[in-house]
Design a protein around this ligand. Structure first.
Ligand SMILES: Nc1ncnc2c1ncn2[C@@H]1O[C@H](COP(=O)(O)OP(=O)(O)OP(=O)(O)O)[C@@H](O)[C@H]1O
Ligand SMILES: [Mg+2]
Length: 371
């Protein structure tokens, strides 16, 4: 009987050991999940569908853009020709590189904020070399003013252009933006500030280029990021809910918002209202009024968000067809609405990726031009 007990004990231990090993293995193979310890709690962070490991193997030092040593070019080789305008970081000018006669754009930084300057240079250098991205030519310094020099393209303000683009123009614009984004994401970089002002357009050639790497960041699984990034209307639900573990998909949401402006024109479903309280809250209301409160609550729960839903109205989802009228119907085909909803999905993990969006039926008529 004693021997039998010993057998049972050994058998039990073997079973426990096997179960433990299999649990370890199953965790190891479930590469889609990362556990993040956050104020003591353990939440599951689902990895993005593509490019989750783009920065694998890089140390904290490698990812610290402040480490960059800048090699300055020759300031006197540039002529500042015409003032373009003021941006968040400084001023932009049309210029000329005297030695090459190349037309350039010179972006000056209004103060010596080295971290912003280095951030833009580092991310620019990672992503340049693609047709749809405007390359950096030089970095120059005069007294206390640092400027980045870019190749100049003939541009038309995209924020104006998207109001008047044809259906074909919309498709070309969106396709190229998504293509550029897929490339940027493949490099492990989130653009962080997608909006019409950061896409320059040459309407004659129907060509677009992505610019402005001033808010870009690396995607590294489980690494918290600044939750206030981007320009308000274009901010995704996860940003508005102040989630720190967002990924590449914040860029897709921003493109989705631009897409809504392109197809609905004046009758945009996400138009603001002055009646609702604080600004941040107002933007989340704009989204919830269209896609409903229930879905927002579900995604907030997934993110462990402490957003206060107590006084939040119970908005019901609205059918996007309601916003179609005689002046926008030519842009709002069912394929357009289908893609738009996939790009603006509350849940970043269910939101379509740029790579998959490029295969969407909406682009069937223009895709051959890029293959
Ligand atoms: N390569 C380029 N060719 C032509 N124009 C350009 C180019 N790069 C930038 N510009 C123009 O300069 C403007 C400012 O550039 P950019 O967005 O990089 O600066 P910014 O200071 O971050 O501006 P903002 O705060 O408005 O986003 C752009 O909106 C665009 O009109
Ligand atoms: Mg900009």
């Amino acid at each position: 009987m004693k021997k039998f007990d010993q057998y049972i004990q050994i058998y039990g231990l073997v079973i426990i050991a096997f179960s433990y090993i299999s649990v370890l293995n199953s965790n190891k193979h479930d590469s889609n999940l990362v556990k993040i310890s956050e104020t003591g709690a353990c939440i599951k962070h689902i990895l993005p569908k593509y490019y989750a490991t783009a920065n694998q193997g890089k140390s904290e030092k490698d990812l610290d853009y402040k480490q960059l040593r800048i090699n300055f070019g020759n300031y006197s080789d540039y002529e500042f020709q015409q003032y373009i305008g003021k941006g968040a970081s400084g001023h932009a000018y049309l210029g000329l590189q005297k030695s090459t006669k190349n037309k350039v754009v010179i972006k000056t930084f209004k103060s010596l904020r080295w971290s912003s300057i280095k951030r833009e240079i580092v991310f620019m250098q990672i992503v340049q070399g693609h047709d749809l991205i405007s390359p950096l030519v030089d970095v120059i310094k005069n007294n206390n003013i640092v400027s980045l020099v870019y190749n100049r393209y003939i541009v038309f303000p995209t924020s104006q252009l998207i109001k008047t683009m044809t259906d074909n123009g919309n498709k070309l614009f969106l396709y190229q933006t998504l293509k550029a984004l897929d490339y940027v994401h493949s490099k492990g970089v989130i653009h962080g500030d997608i909006k019409p002002g950061n896409i320059i357009a040459n309407p004659n050639k129907k060509l677009f280029k992505l610019i402005d790497w001033g808010l870009s960041m690396y995607y590294v699984p489980g690494r918290p990021k600044n939750p206030s990034v981007g320009t308000k209307s274009y901010q995704s639900p996860e940003i508005l809910l102040r989630y720190q573990y967002y990924d590449y998909q914040i860029d897709v949401y921003a493109v989705g918002f631009m897409f809504s402006q392109m197809i609905f024109k004046e009758n945009n479903p996400f138009k603001g209202t002055k009646k609702l309280g604080k600004e941040k809250i107002q933007y989340i209301h704009r989204i919830a009024r269209v896609f409903g409160t229930e879905g927002l609550k579900e995604v907030a729960k997934k993110m462990n968000s402490n957003f206060d839903f107590n006084d939040f109205p119970d908005y019901q989802p609205v059918n996007l067809n309601k916003f179609i009228n005689s002046s926008n119907q030519q842009y709002c085909q069912s394929e357009a609405l289908d893609l738009l909803q996939k790009m603006m999905h509350y849940d970043a993990k269910k939101r379509i990726t740029p790579k998959d969006a490029l295969k969407h039926q909406y682009f069937d008529s223009i895709r051959h031009q890029f293959e």
